[in-house]
Design a protein around this ligand. Structure first.
Ligand SMILES: Cc1cc2nc3c(=O)[nH]c(=O)nc-3n(C[C@H](O)[C@H](O)[C@H](O)COP(=O)(O)OP(=O)(O)OC[C@H]3O[C@@H](n4cnc5c(N)ncnc54)[C@H](O)[C@@H]3O)c2cc1C
Ligand code: SF4
Length: 318
């Protein structure tokens, strides 16, 4: 249902799933939207990294994202600025002026009454943690890279061979005081979803999930049970201390925290369940718009447990 336009305009910063959803809901209320996206395309992480399906329903990414993107691109109520950044935001709630900078130094002004900031995340760069050999051993990849392989229907090693043994290492760049101390909350579920998709593609592959503990919330918990009962995925509770590239395989050394002893396993491919970082985009938006960030760099909500209001009136977080 589209209500008559009421003359209000909202600036949405970031055109990923959160920003698109906010924009679609706003135009549904007849509110105009100015959408600023720093990349050349809308869709955020699922489009950029070519996710195959979206959990927990396991619907194809295209099926979920395409209607949102086309609703925004087709709407006369939306002005889209791709490859653009908000450079400054003046004024106050109900009367903001945004300075938007685009490619080639092109500058635009937009008068808006409220702002939604939805700048999302970046995947943790696992080369920051030398234990995992990411960026050096070609058969060590991240879950974001595996999504693209699954979408192509081709999960292979660097030498083109199909892996026979594959391990997912959980909590890379998460729950680790040497890198990021927080739990990213999504990579358990995403990794389990991917393991099942790999198993459907490569029937003979053995898959091992090396985890601290499994954090699948809500409906995602069903993925965990299905992965064991229907797909034969194996789980090892433990911590990985080091991945070594032997040339032909990857040797994972660690500690099994159930049997309380060291383990060593040889794998053909290792997938790192990398966590999330706030990313440069969030830092840029926070600075330009005048929003506080927490000590980890994520946008700081006004109230610690309510993640929608920023501390600046008229500016909301999504
Ligand atoms: C490998 C992987 C698989 C996943 N699979 C699933 C799944 O199956 N199901 C599920 O529900 N979730 C999944 N997730 C989580 C999902 O990707 C996120 O929940 C979702 O992308 C968050 O949407 P968002 O719009 O907040 O952020 P993002 O997707 O990160 O989008 C943010 C957008 O803002 C833009 N931006 C950033 N900074 C600026 C700036 N300063 N100015 C303008 N634009 C800016 C970015 O370019 C981007 O387009 C997965 C995550 C990973 C890592
Ligand atoms: S892998 Fe699981 S437990 Fe580890 S950080 Fe991600 S969601 Fe949290």
């Amino acid at each position: 249902m589209t209500l008559p336009a009421n003359g209000q305009t909202v600036l949405v910063v970031g055109g990923g799933p959160a920003g698109l959803r906010a924009a679609v809901d706003l135009i549904g209320l007849g509110i105009k939207v100015v959408l600023v996206e720093k990349r050349h395309e809308l869709g955020g992480a699922p489009i950029r990294w070519r996710y195959k399906t979206l959990a927990p329903e396991l619907r194809p990414t295209e099926e979920v994202m395409a209607p949102l993107i086309s609703a925004i691109e087709a709407s006369p109520l939306v002005t889209i600025h791709k490859s653009s950044l908000v450079q400054r935001l003046d004024g106050q709630a109900g009367d903001f002026r945004a300075h938007i900078g685009g490619e080639g130094g092109r500058a635009t002004m937009a008068d808006v009454q409220a702002v939604v900031v939805s700048t999302g995340f970046e995947h943790f760069d696992a080369s920051r943690d030398p234990r995992y050999e990411y960026g050096r051993a070609p058969n060590v990849i991240g879950i974001h890279e595996l999504e693209g392989m699954l979408t192509d229907g081709k999960v292979v090693r660097h030498d083109g061979r199909t892996p026979k043994k594959m391990a997912f290492v959980f909590c890379v760049g998460s729950r680790d005081r040497a890198t990021n101390s927080w739990c990213c909350t999504i990579c358990c579920g995403v990794s389990i979803k991917q393991a099942m998709e790999v198993k459907e593609l490569l029937k003979d592959v053995e898959i091992y999930m090396i985890y601290i503990d499994i954090r699948t919330f809500g409906l995602w918990e069903n993925l965990y049970w299905n992965s064991m009962e229907q797909h034969g995925i194996n789980y090892i509770r433990g911590r990985v201390s080091q991945v070594f590239d032997t040339g032909s395989q990857l040797l994972i050394k660690g500690e099994d925290t159930l049997v309380r002893g060291p383990f060593e396993v040889l794998m053909d491919m290792v997938v790192l369940s990398v966590g999330v970082d706030p990313g440069e985009g969030t830092a840029q938006a926070a600075k330009a718009i005048g929003l506080a960030t927490n000590p980890f760099g994520f946008l700081q909500p006004k109230h610690p447990n309510v993640h929608f209001d920023s501390a600046r009136e008229g500016i909301y977080l999504a």
